[in-house]
Structure formats: C-alpha cells, structure tokens
Design a protein around this ligand. Structure first.
Ligand SMILES: [Ca+2]
Length: 334
C-alpha cells in the first residue's frame, strides 16, 4: 500500500508510526526496504516516528539505538506521556496506596523532563507530549473511566485546563529550552502523606521510612530509615533515577549527606545499574558505610563507571540490618 500512498501524496511527508521497541522498528525498516522501488531516489517514508510509553527510564539508550538503526532517515518521538492516575503502577518498588496526587504529578513531570532531556541529548527534535488535558469522565463514548483510569489522566493539564507540573515544564521548555535536572534532591517537596515527591521506596515493609522536618542538613526536611531488616534481596532504600541520562563507559559521581543515631548496620549511598529491559547489571557501586553508633552529618560519595549495556541508573539511599536511624539529605548526581 505504501508505494501507492507515496504516489498519491506526492511531496507530503510520509511515515509509519511504531512503538518504542527497537526490534519492531528494525523489522519495519527491513519491510520498507524490501518493498522500496529499486533505482529510485525517493524513499517510501520520509522519516521514522515512535510512540514512547515505556515505564523504565531507559529512554536515552532506546532513542539512540533506534536513531542509529533508522539512519540516515530522521527519527521523531511523535508521542510520549505518563498518567497521573494512582491506578498506573509505575514500579513494583512503590507503596502506591500511600501516594497522593502531588506525588503522581511530580512523577509525570520528571518523566517529561527525562524524555525531553534524552531527546535533546540524542540530537533529536523535541518529543511530542501526549496529551494536552485529561479526559472528562464522559469524553470517550463506550469506555468506562473507572476501568481505564490511567488513560483518562494522561494530560499535562487537568480537565479544567489548569497546568500540572509537567504542563509548566513543557511551557518553559518550548519557550526557552530550559530543562530542570532536579529530582527533589533536598527532600523539600512532600506529598500529602509524609513521603517525599519523586522518590520511590524499595522494600517498604522491611523498615520504617519517613520524611523528617525536625532533622535536616539544609532546607526544612530530610528523609530517614529506621529499624531496617536483615538484608532482603533488595535492601530497604529510597531510590530514584535522575533526569540526567547515563552512557556506558562514562564516569558518574553521586553524593549525599547522611547522619546516624544508634546505627548498628550498613547505611550507605549506592548506584545501581540496569539494562534497557530493567535487569540489574553487575553488583551495585556503593559508597563507604556511615560509621556505626551516632554521627553528625557526613558526606558519602560514590564514583563509578557505567557498565556495558547500562541504560539507566538508580541512586540508592539504603540501610539494612540496622536497629537505629539514618537520615539522608542533599543528594547530587553528575
Ligand atoms: Ca533538605
């Protein structure tokens, strides 16, 4: 059909949309090459276009792999988005039931900044966000909003058209090109619950997690982990993937200020590396442990090289086998 469409549309740009899976794009390119007219200077499509809705923050590796696979054709991210519905399970790490609307909106905002920053890093045009505003409950005839809650909350504005944080981010980005690389580094922004915005919690049942406004290295709050269990498969931790993407073979450095009270077990900062499928690569890259017993604010540092096939990293503020409390504040990643 494509050769016929090409004849009909003339010089109007033509493409075929694909999901964000490299293997599907490669298959599409092979199929297009097989049916392309020989000895013709005209390609069947003028550019490739993907719709990116993956949950894992591996977007930079995905975009650069697909960009290289379709070259010399241009690549556009024609759609990407993230729901703010709590029914959207983003990660097995999260205690979803405890998170309120501000957390989900901050999460959507971070996804938007991560995708736009990655697209720019991959030298692609700006990615196109989907969709302007949430759907009203009766907006999609035949679709029950109760059964499709995430679909109805994909907007970067709410139903009343007021901007969510992602809407403000997009306005700034398209006006000035600015992208905030912050991720609530100082735990100053909180959900309606006692948990910090943006951060996920791993092994939530294996320790007591809190945002603490009585103890802080700077600003008005820190986070704490108290009474953490003997090491489960994944030690209890606050985790986050920074907006800034990583590249295999490059060196990265993270720091955090930590303080302990009656600390009896390991408490440290680590970088956990993952491939594009979400599989963890090598063991974590940890900092030194915070000293046992009581300690004043101490800066922990880890510097490590992203391993082969690394697609994203998690900053891991963790503690295990620790009857006491450790506080963390003011995280950096570069
Ligand atoms: Ca703080």
């Amino acid at each position: 059909m494509l050769p016929h469409i090409r004849d009909v549309v003339g010089t109007i740009p033509l493409t075929v949309s694909s999901n964000g899976a490299l293997s599907d794009v490669v298959t599409l390119k092979k199929a297009l090459t097989a049916v392309a007219p020989t000895n013709s200077s005209t390609s069947l499509v003028d550019f490739f276009e993907i719709h990116y809705y993956a949950k894992r923050p591996a977007v930079y590796k995905v975009l650069t792999d697909i960009r290289d696979a379709v070259a010399p054709s241009p690549l556009y991210v024609g759609e990407f988005g993230c729901s703010t519905s709590p029914a959207e399970r983003q990660s097995a790490h999260l205690p979803e039931r405890l998170l309120g609307e501000p957390w989900w909106e901050a999460n959507q905002d971070q996804v938007h900044r991560t995708v736009e920053y990655a697209a720019r890093g991959a030298h692609l045009p700006p990615a196109a966000p989907w969709i302007f505003c949430d759907y009203a409950p009766n907006a999609l005839p035949g679709i029950n909003p109760e059964s499709r809650k995430p679909l109805f909350a994909m907007g970067f504005c709410r139903v009343d058209r007021s901007p969510k944080p992602a809407g403000l981010t997009l306005a700034r980005f398209f006006e000035s090109g600015a992208i905030d690389l912050g991720f609530n580094n100082g735990f100053e922004k909180a959900d309606s619950s006692t948990l910090p915005l943006n951060w996920s919690i791993r092994s939530f049942a294996q320790a007591k997690f809190a945002r603490d406004t009585a103890v802080k290295h700077s600003g008005s709050a820190s986070v704490s982990i108290t009474a953490s269990a003997n090491k489960p498969v994944w030690s209890p931790a606050f985790t986050i993937s920074p907006v800034k993407f990583i590249e295999s073979g490059k060196n990265y450095r993270a720091t955090v200020w930590a303080r302990g009270l009656h600390v009896t077990g390991p408490a440290r900062l680590a970088l956990d590396w993952f491939d594009a499928s979400g599989k963890q690569l090598i063991s974590e890259s940890p900092s030194a442990n915070l000293k046992q017993g009581d300690s004043d604010w101490t800066q922990l540092t880890v510097s490590a090289t992203a391993p082969t096939n690394a697609a994203f990293v998690e900053i891991d503020l963790g503690s295990y086998n620790n009857r006491g409390t450790v506080w963390f504040d003011d995280v950096t990643f570069e």
